[in-house]
Design a binder for this molecule. Structure first.
Ligand SMILES: [Zn+2]
Ligand SMILES: [Zn+2]
Length: 254
């Protein structure tokens, strides 16, 4: 895209204007006001600027999951410090941290008695992913006792983390990540998620109705879910995505 008018701003002038806000020479500026071609040239540079900025930032950014754990205070000290210093300089992560923190502070549980039971029409069972990395834990039952716990389905990865709230209660933080190449899971915002005492809603058969969930919450736009306070026990979690339900069986909290 080129403008042949002799008054047209040069590429260099337009770039300094779009990227650094440097004023254009007066004639060039006057020309820009009335030339569609030059307006389009400018718009293209501005767009490139936004794209470059977001990519430059994002290439240095911690993953969404790490940021979530950072907000929930679940990271070891060295990782926490490196993320803290990144967040100070990165407006994108700073915004995300702000959102996560306010979500974690919120009390979003809806009393279980205030809604009717749903049927599980297309339950998809999540598979537990046992971390292959060496753990500094005893062998044997270590796999059931360690946190975080990773689960996957064909379209969503889930990780669960257990932490203590300031009042000493257990808080279960879940982070959902879409792995769906078709993008059919584009948002977790507002998705209902329920925590049942095992065996949960699938154990009911025939006319027998299942017990209501113990806790209910919903996902936020970053795929977080929080249950608090969570007692010790065996639980089943159901994520009600549109058209299907993800079922996480046998999540035990000691
Ligand atoms: Zn022009
Ligand atoms: Zn960042």
């Amino acid at each position: 895209m080129d403008c042949l008018n002799s008054m047209a701003p040069t590429d260099e002038e337009l770039i300094s204007f779009a990227l650094d806000g440097e004023a254009l020479p007066e004639e060039a500026n006057n020309h820009l006001q009335q030339c569609e071609t030059c307006k389009q040239r400018l718009a293209a540079y501005k767009q490139a600027n936004v794209y470059l900025l977001s990519h430059l930032y994002r290439s240095q950014c911690p993953s969404g999951e790490q940021l979530s754990l950072y907000c929930a205070d679940l990271l070891p000290a060295d990782e926490r410090m490196s993320i803290a210093s990144h967040v100070k300089d990165c407006p994108l992560c700073a915004t995300e941290v702000e959102q996560s923190r306010s979500f974690l502070r919120m009390d979003i549980e809806i009393p279980a008695s205030s809604f009717s039971l749903r049927a599980l029409l297309h339950p998809i069972f999540a598979t537990r992913v046992i971390n292959a990395q060496p753990q500094f834990a005893v062998r044997g039952d270590a796999s059931t006792a360690t946190w975080p716990r990773q689960y996957k389905t064909e379209s969503v990865d889930l990780s669960f983390h257990l932490s203590l709230t300031s009042s000493g209660q257990h808080m279960l933080l879940g982070i959902m990540t879409s792995t769906d190449p078709d993008g059919s899971v584009d948002s977790f915002e507002g998705v209902p998620v329920e925590l049942y005492t095992a065996p949960g809603p699938l154990a009911a058969s025939g006319d027998e109705s299942a017990a209501p969930p113990l806790l209910r919450t919903q996902g936020d736009d970053l795929g977080h879910i929080v249950f608090k306070p969570v007692p010790a026990g065996q639980f089943v979690i159901v994520v009600y995505l549109p058209n299907r339900e993800l079922v996480i069986e046998d999540l035990s909290i000691e």
